[in-house]
Every structure is written in C-alpha cells, then in structure tokens.
Design a protein around this ligand. Structure first.
Ligand code: CO8
Length: 300
C-alpha cells in the first residue's frame, strides 16, 4: 500500500498504517523507544503538542537569525521525527521565536573554509531535513513571522500552507543567485511545485527576495495577516485541514509530492558530491566570504 519510496528512507511509517510500532529512529540511540512527547525543547527548537487537537507548535529559537547550522538541522529533523512517530500528533505549525526573522537560511559559516567531510555531513543534514518535512504525513503550516531567505524559504515552501505576517519589511525567496551560488534542483522543484515554472524561473535567476505583499501576489505564500493574528490564523487553517480524514489527505499529498521526493532519493549521493565540488571551488568560497563581509558591513 505504501506508494512513497522515500518513506522507507525517512524511516517513517505511512500514517495510514500507524497501527504497527514505528521502527527505531536512525537518530535515536538503538534500544531506546521514542518517548511520547507533549512538550520538548533543545538548544534550537521548542515544541509544544496540544494532545486534544493533535496540533504541535514548533518554534525556532536560535538567535540572532535562526540560521540552519548542522546542529539546528539535526535538531529540526529529530523534532519532526518525534512528532511524526507520535500518534497523538496530526499537524505541526512552524514559526519563529526570534523577532522579525523566520530563518536566515543555511548557516553560511558551515559552507566556508570547512573540510570535505564536514560539507558532506552538512549537506546530508540539509537533505534529511527536507525529506522529512516535504514527505511528512502531518499537516504542516508555516507561520512566517519574519524574513525568510533561501533555506528559510525552502522550509516554508515545504509546508502544506504558508501564512505570512503582512509587514512589507519581511521578505521571502530563494535568493541563492545573489550569493553567487545555485539553488539545488530539489529547492527548485519545491519552488516550481508551489508557484509554477515561469514565476520560479524568473525569481530564481534574479535571486529575488519578495516583500510579503509581492510574495502573496506571486503565490509564494498563501495568505497575509497582521502579525499579532498569525498564530490564531495558522491554528484556524490547521483545523480546516485536519477536518478531513487523514488517510485521504495523506495519500493525496503523497501523490502530489512523490516525484520530487523520489528524485532526490535517487540522486542523493550524487547531490552530495555535487555540493562538495561546488562549494569547495575557490570562486564560490570567495563569493560566500564577500557576502558574509557585506552582511557585517551593512550592519555597521
Ligand atoms: N548564515 C550565517 N550567519 C548569518 C546568516 C546566515 N545565513 N544570516 C545572518 N547571519 C549573521 C550575520 O552575519 C550577523 O552576524 P554578526 O552579528 O556576527 O555580524 C548576524 O547573523 C545578524 O545578522 P544581521 O545583522 O544581518 O541581522 P538583520 O536582522 O539585520 O537581518 C537577515 C537578518 C535579513 C536574515 C540578514 O541577516 C540576511 O539577509 N542574511 C543572509 C540571508 C541569506 O542570504 N541566506 C542564504 C543562505 S544560503 C542558503 O540558505 C541555501 C544555499 C543552498 C545552495 C548551496 C549550494 C552551494
């Protein structure tokens, strides 16, 4: 019955077959069963599960900008896995506890001046995070309460629904081209699946960061609401999605996302090699260093 090849890779049980016990987590020490989670938190992420509604609130809390370091990505994947394996959880709202920032995307320092082994480990963690989030059986709603460039945008795009604070100072987009780097094919696939080919092509080539009203117009986000109403709205949207029987919604999600997920699964090792080759080039290292300096200067 399981049509989603990636599920076995993510070690997830399809939710329509959760009667059986989930296999041990690859991220969990062997022999330790996953503890039921109501609330849990780590250095980077805080999660509160409301068991009566089946909805978890996941808040990124890694100041100053929720950058996606190796540690952050690992904690994110573990948190998603815990929720996925908890039968009481049917949906997750993802937001930020850091004012004005949803996530600043991949931590650029993880891609500068590090060893090949580090790049491989880092990139595998980026892939793992996306496979888990994009392939999740849960309803996923992004409550984007701040700026959300590149990898931050990918997280929002990977959810089922995106609501953004209507502050035009907050922007969202896959701006990799502005850094002199190229968004990987699965970032692109995720973007195309949300906004369509033409909008994605233009936005990717120009490395656009869209202020929230433009993001709404282009379909990068589904709705804008005043910031103070964001979580209330996300909760209401979640209730709407959860009103449907899980199995029908999950199979439909699988049908829509399977091709993109399978494509990365089939090319995972090749994608890691490509990343290492690309990011190790002196020209790319130089672009990233210049970009980091620009961020620091802009501050001063
Ligand atoms: N990684 C690491 N450090 C970061 C990042 C980041 N992505 N973003 C910001 N920082 C650091 C800043 O350098 C600064 O450090 P310090 O305090 O030491 O000077 C600190 O965080 C705070 O940053 P700001 O002062 O800029 O904070 P603001 O609130 O003014 O602005 C923003 C926040 C809007 C998020 C702004 O920091 C920004 O635009 N950051 C850059 C975002 C960005 O371009 N991210 C892209 C990352 S690349 C990616 O996600 C995908 C790459 C996939 C392809 C790979 C192929 C090679």
């Amino acid at each position: 019955l399981c049509p989603l090849g990636v599920l076995s890779l993510c070690r997830q049980l399809p939710a329509w077959d959760r009667a059986t016990r989930p296999p041990p987590s690859p991220l969990q020490p062997p022999g330790l069963p996953l503890a039921p989670c109501r609330s849990f938190s780590n250095n980077k992420i805080q999660v509160e599960l409301d068991e009566s509604s089946g909805v978890a609130m996941m808040k990124f809390k890694s100041p100053p900008v929720n950058s996606l370091s190796l540690e952050f990505l690992t904690e994110f994947s573990i948190s998603l896995e815990k929720l996925e394996n908890n039968r009481a959880c049917r949906g997750v709202i993802i937001t930020s506890a850091v004012p004005k920032i949803f996530s600043s995307g991949l931590d650029i320092t993880e891609m500068c001046g590090k060893s090949m082994e580090h790049y491989a480990e880092f990139w595998r963690a980026v892939q793992e995070m996306w496979l888990r989030l994009y392939g999740s059986n849960m309803v996923t709603v992004a409550a984007v309460n701040g700026s959300s460039p590149a990898g931050g945008c990918l997280i929002a795009l990977s959810c089922d629904y995106r609501i953004m604070a209507e502050n035009p100072k907050f922007s969202i987009g896959l701006n990799e081209a502005q850094l002199g780097i190229v968004a990987p094919f699965w970032f692109k696939d995720t973007f195309v699946n949300v906004v369509g080919h033409r909008i994605a092509e233009r936005s990717l080539q120009l490395g656009c960061l869209h202020p929230s009203p433009e993001a709404l117009k282009l379909g990068v986000v589904d709705e804008l609401v005043p910031e103070e109403k964001l979580l209330e709205k996300a909760t209401a949207v979640m209730a709407q999605w959860l009103a449907l029987p899980d199995h029908a919604r999950q199979l439909t999600k699988t049908m829509m996302r399977k091709a993109a997920l399978d494509r990365l699964v089939a090319h995972r090792e090749e994608d890691i090699k490509n990343f290492i080759t690309f990011v190790s080039k002196e020209s790319i290292q130089k672009s990233l260093r210049i970009y980091m300096e620009m961020l620091k200067k802009r501050k001063g």
